[in-house]
Design a protein around this ligand. Structure first.
Ligand code: NAD
Ligand code: LMR
Length: 324
């Protein structure tokens, strides 16, 4: 039996966590042979609800769950954490843009960055799900000077998965037939879902779909999917967000043959400003990720990649005072 790993999850009583915690406990993130200790963080007002979630996890009698910690203290939640999924934040409601959340949620991530710095395992892998996810990850990372910025990532895997299904449905193929999907930039309406390098069952996607569909249907559909879910459900995506968070962490920790999209600190690749948390195509191996290099970028793509970069630079400027 392997030693247990410690997984911190913030916003433990929220709707994403209500799916996420149970799937992690079942072994979906790190495999059926990896015991886990769940360390769940909430705000004081939500501790009753969190205790109810803990009761339910206990009632499942998951063989992999060795212990559950429920707390409103980030220093306790992040103690020796090997993985941290930062989900807790205020979600946007109908009619709101993600940047409306910037101020409301920024403070949370500076506190949590410090708590990770002071308490987490030196190898902790951090995924920020709470919006605006990219800039929240930047804030957390800047408040954790003793950790490597590469340990801080944000989630664009949901966008990636949404794009996979849109293309598979359009071409009458399966998601497993799609190779090299790419989401560039921000987890927001400026993100650029790029099909220029994508193949479906070995054929270039552009040989199978019309340019008009790509520019005027596919791209806006993926960009606006979060808003469409909010409109339809009256609440933001939850089970799909949890599923994508599991995909992101599993691939990062255990590796994958696929090109996947992760928002990570830019190292300047593809001319993107260094330091912002920008979604790139990556390959994950040996517990690490690497940006896919050498892709040819045409003028259309360059414009889209720049627009989402500009938005992230603006977000960074708006939270400058929290970046230490
Ligand atoms: P929710 O309101 O149901 O749950 C959020 C939980 O976080 C609440 O229980 C709240 O009490 C808790 N919380 C708030 N501040 C906290 C803090 N400082 N510490 C710990 N917990 C705290 O929201 P949700 O639907 O679960 O969504 C959570 C976040 O995820 C939102 O910001 C949402 O916009 C975002 N989201 C991101 C993606 C993505 O693809 N990156 C997808 C879906 C949702
Ligand atoms: C999503 O993409 O579903 C989430 O980020 C929720 C939102 O506000 O769009």
């Amino acid at each position: 039996m392997k030693d247990p790993v410690r997984i911190a999850i913030t916003g433990g009583a929220g709707q994403i966590s209500y799916s996420l915690i149970f799937r992690i406990a079942a072994g979906d993130m790190l495999g059926p042979d990896q015991p886990v200790i769940l360390q769940l963080l909430e705000i004081p007002q939500a501790m009753d609800a969190l205790n109810g979630v803990v009761m339910e996890v206990n009632d499942c009698a998951f063989p992999l769950v060795q212990d559950i910690v429920a707390t409103d203290d980030p220093n306790v939640a992040f103690k020796d954490a090997d993985f941290a999924l930062l989900v807790g934040a205020r979600p946007r409601g109908p009619g709101m843009e993600r940047k409306d959340l910037l101020e409301a949620n920024a403070a949370i991530f500076s506190v949590q960055g410090k708590a990770l710095n002071d308490n987490a395992s030196r190898n902790v892998r951090v995924l920020v799900v709470g919006n605006p996810a990219n800039t929240n990850a930047l804030i957390a990372s800047c408040n954790a000077p003793d950790l490597n910025p590469r340990q801080f990532t944000a989630m664009t895997r949901l966008d990636h998965n949404r794009a996979l299904t849109q293309l598979a449905q359009k071409t009458g193929k399966r998601v497993t037939d799609v190779d090299s999907m790419i989401i560039w930039g921000n987890h927001s309406a400026t993100q650029y879902p790029d099909l220029a390098h994508t193949k479906v069952a070995g054929k270039p996607a552009f040989d199978l779909v019309e340019r008009d569909w790509y520019e005027n249907d596919f791209i806006p559909t993926v960009q606006q999917r979060g808003a469409a879910i909010i409109k339809a459900r009256g609440a933001s995506s939850a089970a799909s967000a949890a599923s994508s968070a599991i995909d992101h962490m599993r691939d990062w920790a255990l590796g994958t043959d696929q090109v996947v999209s992760m928002a990570i600190p830019s190292d300047g690749s593809y001319g993107i400003a260094e330091g912002i948390i920008y979604s790139y195509p990556v390959r994950c191996q040996n517990g690490d990720y690497e940006i896919v290099q050498g892709l040819e970028i045409d003028e259309f793509s360059r414009g889209k990649m720049k627009a989402t970069e500009d938005e992230l630079r603006e977000e960074r400027a708006a939270v400058e005072h929290l970046l230490g």
